[in-house]
Design a protein. Structure first.
Length: 484
């Protein structure tokens, strides 16, 4: 019975999860969990990629010893971040996307190509951290000229473990340097855009689709981490959101066009799965993105700031010597009665690491609202503000696509947050179907299992496996029930 290891790198932690298909259901077992803490150096915020690699591979080694028939591993992570390499050597610790070094690069890029034209080429929501801006920032300080290769983080792991340099296409679509999908046109990097921005196209590797086998784990890696020599590395939807969307039970028991998703973790990605991108001026102005999904689908969605607002608030309190327990706060926040002030969670001032309560207080102050001093009240204010943003984004999804959403699937860590699910159901006014919590790891495992012949069929077939294996919890505006 073959097993697969998903290495899922998240904003605050990474994990290795082993999955097996038994009687058409997916069984999962966590084997390792490790911290991911961005490190602030004098030149900015960085990801400690070597620590992540060592912890992830140690986890795969453990899986390989405990599960003798481990067939493959696959890595997914957050998007846009990358390593610069020369002659196969990593040139430095990758910057973290929350670092604000790209401000001047955004201006440089827009001086050469207007925001509307950029959107018409790459279909992406403007984010100052999109790889295109990061690369221009690296070029400005001379770093890019030292590199002969740029690898997004999961592809960097793929290179270190197999020796093959590729760019998996779902994650490549978040760089800003890949043209939107057009029927009948082969996929390639946007060479014209690269030339316009004076970026060397030669640093970008060959594109591969999810479901491509990258080959066996290198002997030296297998020996170092105690991984069986038979284990291979598979490219899946290596953008975590792409893998999460695979595991949304969309269209199971409902009309395909009736459902939207909210992948809710550090970020909240809310949108619909479409056959082709929406490139209207309205979509650009509403800050929607068209990212590539697995099997050529389009992830039409909006990035909403997400539970980062809560985690960074807790981190701030801990640094100030006032640590708080999230579960207790959520219980207290659920009991809050009466009106709570709300703020714009998408305000760019909330993006960078730092004192989150102070920045929220500033936003509330600007609109003349009282600033909650009680921690539980602040948490309630954040969750209610998120729910309002979800309702507005979902309204835009319908407006921009001409669909009418009747069910919202909420997957990821946020599905565990009953208060958030309830507030979301109240704000959007339709059923919120919560789960699976581990959607990203599940999507990663399902694509591996399909690549290696344990499952077959389209995404709908994979989603039926999800629905069978992980019954969701339904939140209605006034009540919560278990389904399945
Ligand atoms: C979610 C995510 C989002 C991306 C953000 C930054 O984890 O991948 O999709 O916009 O992180 O990379």
């Amino acid at each position: 019975m073959s097993s697969f290891a998903a290495v899922d790198l998240g904003a605050t932690s990474g994990r290795v999860v082993v999955g097996t298909v038994v009687d058409g259901s997916l069984r999962m077992e966590p084997v390792a969990r490790f911290e991911n803490t961005p490190v602030r150096l004098p030149d900015g915020w960085h990801t400690d990629v070597l620590a992540l690699y060592a912890a992830a591979l140690a986890g795969v080694g453990r899986a390989s010893r405990e599960v003798p028939d481990l067939e493959s591993l696959a890595v997914d992570s957050w998007a846009v971040d990358h390593g610069l390499l020369r002659g196969g050597r990593l040139l430095g610790n990758p910057y973290h996307y929350r670092d604000d070094r790209t401000a001047a690069a955004v201006e440089d890029v827009h001086a050469r190509i207007g925001a509307a034209e950029l959107f018409s080429r790459n279909g992406l929501q403007h984010q100052p951290f999109n790889t295109v801006f990061q690369l221009v920032a690296s070029a400005r300080v001379g770093d890019l000229a030292l590199a002969d290769r740029v690898l997004l983080l999961p592809d960097l792991f793929g290179f270190w473990t197999t020796g093959h340099e590729v760019a998996e296409i779902t994650n490549a679509s978040t760089t800003g340097l890949l043209p939107v999908a057009r029927p009948g046109r082969a996929d390639d990097w946007d060479r014209e855009l690269l030339a316009t921005l004076d970026l060397p196209g030669s640093v970008l590797p060959e594109l591969v689709a999810p479901g491509t086998s990258l080959g066996a784990v290198r002997d030296d890696v297998a020996t170092e981490f105690g991984i069986s020599g038979a284990v291979t590395v598979t490219a899946v939807g290596s953008h975590d959101t792409a893998s999460a969307v695979v595991a949304v039970p969309l269209g199971v028991g409902e009309g395909a066009g009736d459902a939207a998703y909210l992948s809710c973790g550090t970020w909240s990605l809310i949108g619909a799965e479409l056959d082709s991108p929406v490139l209207s001026e309205e979509a650009r102005c509403a800050e929607f993105t068209n990212e590539r999904g697995v099997d050529g689908r389009t992830r039409f969605l909006k990035n909403v700031m997400g539970l980062w607002l809560v985690s960074e608030t807790l981190r701030t309190w801990a640094k100030q010597g006032r640590p708080a327990d999230l579960n207790t706060l959520l219980e207290q926040a659920a009991a809050v009665e009466g009106p709570v002030p709300v703020f714009d969670v998408n305000d760019p001032r909330l993006l960078a690491p730092g004192d989150m309560p102070a920045r929220i207080a500033e936003l509330l102050g600007e609109q003349g609202d009282p600033v909650p001093t009680d921690p539980a009240l602040l948490v309630r204010c954040i969750l209610q503000s998120l729910a309002r943003a979800y309702a507005s984004a979902l309204h835009d999804v319908d407006r921009l696509t001409g669909r009418r959403t009747r069910t919202l699937h909420l997957v990821g860590g946020g599905a565990r947050n009953t208060l958030l699910c309830r507030l979301t159901a109240e704000a959007v006014g339709i059923d919120v179907v919560a789960g699976p919590v581990e959607a990203t790891a599940i999507g990663n495992l399902l694509v591996q299992a399909r690549t290696h012949g344990l499952l077959s069929g389209d995404l709908e077939a994979l989603r039926r496996v999800v629905a069978r294996s992980f019954p969701p919890r339904v939140h209605r505006a006034g009540a919560t029930t278990n389904r399945g």
